[in-house]
Design a protein around this ligand. Sequence first.
Ligand code: S3P
Length: 441
Amino acid sequence: MKSFTVAPAASIRGRLRVPGDKSISHRAIMLGAIAEGRTEVSGFLPGEDCLATLAAVAAMGVAVQRTGETQVTIAGAGLRGLRAPERALDMGNSGTAMRLLTGLLAGQAFDVTLIGDESLSRRPMERVAGPLRRMGAAIDTTDGRPPVRVHGGRPLRGLHYEMPVASAQVKSAILLAGLYASGETTVLEPAVTRDHTERMLEGFGQPVRRHDGAVSLAPAGRLAGCAIDVPGDISSATFLLLAGALARRGEVIVEHVGLNPTRTGILEILRLMGAELIVEPTGHAGREPVGRITVRPSVLRGAVIPPHLVPLAIDEFPAVFVAAALAQGETRISGAEELRHKESDRIGAMAAALRALGVEVEEQPDGARIVGREDGFEAGTVDSHGDHRVAMSIAVGALRARGPVRILDTANVATSFPGFVAVASGLGLGIREDADAGRRG
Ligand code: S3P
């Protein structure tokens, strides 16, 4: 099993780019696969999650070529050109890959089984299977979880669906199925969620109508392959920005990072907590806004996190927990029950990890109350529960510990941030990775 050991550090300094956006990389592969003509993806995230999506479309007969570490060329098979894979598609750790592909596969002519790792096999899939069945799809889950079996050859009809949870994955799965349906498909969101699918569909020539918290599309005639420049992932940048804010000295500048307003809730939260952030928009990567973010050492204060920011920063909450744990005063997080259904139960995992480092945390069903320890973490060992974002958050928080912090079960960091250890140590974090031969991971 892999682990990190992190030593305290005072200075964090550097100017860098982070790996490509995970959500956008998945979508580029999926839409490229069902488009006509070539799609050239640059800035692709070569993390395990997106590589699983790439392998899945290749297993369905799509010619994909890695022309460089972050360059992928896809020869689109067209909306109806995918072929039955020979075996189950393994989506590894990725909920996004499994849920979005379930929607896309509902419209195909063949049967497919989707499987995943231990963490993914515990995650809820009825949230996509339910509405897709209402469109006419035939989908079996296993007590609501993976494996998911999608039976093809069923005609789909458009759906008007009011989502009970604010989920971009559910929205996207339904929209992808909607490409194959008769009639219009509309998804209403209870709160704004990331809109990369909508933006990218438009880039492939598919009109999408947005109106009053809803998204509608008509069945696709065809999607046209295109060039996609994937911006840096603000979710990955968050760990480095937090490190820069927590440090006593230095400055961190992240360039060419995605600034889509459905993803920047973390910047608002960190500012609310006193982080000294400078955000400079620099232009667009395709249809996605990008820019430069600078952070300086900051005095963080506890805050009541506004619940409307939760879906706009959903993946950044492990970092918010760490910011809160090292701030002056108390932080309250609520309206975040969805965190319990991520790669781990992130409320439970973060509460346990912070307690192991001497922080007072009161867990609630939908959040937590965290009492900041300005004097830093105690030295100790924490379990990341195989959750990449839990591991990276604790790793950066450990720069403010009073001794070494060991983080267990860190192999999954490679799902979203390949090279994290090298990048973080390049900035000044005293991080070391160990591999214990013969054990998992
Ligand atoms: C994602 C949506 C979010 C997010 C996940 C990526 C996406 O999940 O947590 O990491 O790419 O659509 P939910 O839709 O479950 O909130």
